[in-house]
Design a binder for this molecule. Structure first.
Ligand SMILES: [Fe+2]
Length: 386
């Protein structure tokens, strides 16, 4: 059988993109049959005022709401349990998440626990969710995680000190309300890290062994948009033009990776981020160049198209020079947006590496990496960024 026309499916929620999308939360909640809403958010998003927009919109629609804001940067199993208890005790029947990847992933996991009445740890892996979750509306306030359109929920398992990837069509929200205005209140470093996360999504989806012509289209456009707009977005957070382009890029990258899945950068970032409670986008930004250099021989022509989408010419270069150009271009973008290339300052030590490599090998994202990786090879990539 040819691999060119391999069987692929493409799943995406209904999404509304543009200025003012957030103010339609109440209308969407009503249309989805909401009687009482659990609003999942975090203290930073509340302080930014965007959770308040959602509360006002729900109030206008006359839908009562309880707020769960006990979500930290890497949402944890204990936070999921607490949110699910509140959903149950308050008699909710719909979940609205407003925030970055953390509140949205936590909301998805709360939905799984609420509909199954089992521990969230039982759903790790691909297609482990048996029943539909309650209606879910996601409102992203970062241009990175794309949890608002994805089949992914990433939860930190505090007992094992790693992150679980839960991949299921059941966690695709019923609606995503994507409002680029929400990015204009972010700090520059947050824009940088989430933007590099989105770039990693697009690159990993494009070279994934599960890519398709449809995911390719979205991945390449995301790469083009991020290269052209991330430095401007970091330098001018208040610019709706830059933030709109980054929000669109994040959406495109999300549509791509949700369906094509990811690769070794995410597997390694999940392992590292879960062990040491580190920011996800920053981990990806640091690990991306090492994995690209390692993976390049597996599909050089696909990596070359990524380089071209970043606006560079490869004419007259041999294979090694082409690989170097891509790695240098990614490193330069990472430097321009102010992310350090090493993890030592984050507290990662050489003695941690065997354990980190072990968990990375078991992560669901490793299955679609274009190159097989041994534990020693993973450790070597971690070691380069110490
Ligand atoms: Fe990510």
């Amino acid at each position: 059988m040819s691999t060119k026309w391999a069987l692929r499916k493409f799943v995406a929620p209904e999404f509304l993109f543009g200025e003012g999308a957030i103010d339609l939360a109440g209308q969407y909640a009503r249309n989805l049959g909401g009687k009482k809403v659990l609003l999942v958010t975090d203290p930073g998003v509340r302080a930014s005022g965007w959770a308040g927009h959602v509360l006002d919109s729900l109030k206008q629609a006359e839908i009562p709401c309880v707020i769960f804001e006990g979500v930290t940067e890497n949402p944890k199993t204990s936070e999921v349990r607490a949110g699910a208890r509140l959903y149950e005790s308050a008699g909710c029947n719909l979940i609205v998440a407003v925030g970055g990847g953390s509140p949205m992933d936590c909301a998805k996991a709360i939905g799984i626990v609420a509909s199954h009445e089992r521990d969230i740890e039982e759903f790790e892996g691909v297609d482990m969710v048996e029943f539909p979750i309650p209606p879910l509306i996601c409102i992203p306030t970062t241009a990175g995680s794309s949890a608002d359109v994805s089949q992914f929920a990433i939860i930190a398992d505090t007992n094992r000190r790693t992150k679980m990837a839960i991949v299921s069509k059941a966690v695709v929200p019923d609606a995503a309300l994507i409002d680029p205005r929400t990015l204009t209140t972010l700090a520059p470093y947050q824009i940088a890290c989430t933007g590099m996360d989105a770039l990693t999504h697009a690159i990993e989806a494009y070279v994934s062994t599960a890519h398709s012509p449809i995911t390719d289209l979205h991945a390449l456009e995301a790469i083009r948009l991020i290269t052209a707009n991330l430095p401007g977005a970091v330098a001018s957070p208040a610019s709706i033009d830059y933030q709109g382009a980054m929000m669109l890029a994040s959406l495109e990258a999300g549509l791509a990776f949700s369906n094509a899945i990811l690769g070794a950068v995410h597997a390694m970032a999940h392992s590292m981020g879960g062990y040491l409670d580190l920011p996800h986008g920053e981990c990806n930004a640091i690990l991306l160049t090492g994995v690209v250099a390692f993976n390049y021989p597996a599909c050089p022509e696909r990596y070359d198209r990524i380089t071209e989408a970043m606006g560079l010419s490869l004419t007259g270069l041999d294979s090694q020079a082409k690989a170097d150009r891509l790695v240098r271009t990614i490193a330069s973008l990472r430097d321009t947006v102010g992310i350090s290339p090493t993890v030592g300052r984050l507290g990662v030590k050489k003695t941690d590496l065997p354990r980190l490599a072990e968990f990375a090998m078991q992560d669901a994202c490793m299955a679609t990496n274009p190159m097989l990786m041994s534990k020693q090879e993973i450790e070597a990539i971690y070691e380069e960024v110490l």
